[in-house]
Design a protein around this ligand. Sequence first.
Ligand SMILES: [Zn+2]
Length: 215
Amino acid sequence: MLKSLSLLVSSVLAPPFCGHCHTYLSKCFFGYFSGREPLCIDCLEQVSPLLSTKIGTLKVHALSGYDYPLKSLLNQSHETAVQLGTFLGEQVVSSLEVDCLVPVPRYKTEVAKKGYSASLVMAQQVSCLSGIPVVECIQRVKPSLRRGLYTKVERHQYNQGVFRVTPKISEVEGKRVVLIDEVCTTGSTLVEAAKLVKLGRPKEIEAVVVCRVLK
Ligand SMILES: [Zn+2]
């Protein structure tokens, strides 16, 4: 029931156009198109196979490299984040053993400016489709760095202390946690987030992102 309700909501909110080439999604009709495909079939075929890499001990699963067509869906809108959440849930999270989802949090002023947090929206959509709970056990206390302007070392140094735990940290104890984010660049943000989540003594932590920048 919850799932069909969420699909109905997505079908109303998400326009039936491909998020990359803007082709009208002809398969759209009530009960079929449900925000399920953020891309048309031609663009979907261009999405590279799932990438799974390790950053230190953290396993990171990505839907694709930092490439089109998925790259064009990043940072678009709340509706696009919902579609990406559906995509992540069906293509990645469904193949993992997961007890809870932890969105990599955005800084409060960034959320206020955009009106939503993409990682939270994606995690909530995965949760809606799978029933896996979202646990906001970390919060961001420093704004994010602009992409591409800093070296890996500078980014790493800045990311020290970028998060702090919330009282919900106790909820991850003994659980298999998946961190959710849009992009993994050097991985230092994900590693820092994982470091904080580990304070709650989870059984396991992995990360799932839409795009992974491969150097
Ligand atoms: Zn397309």
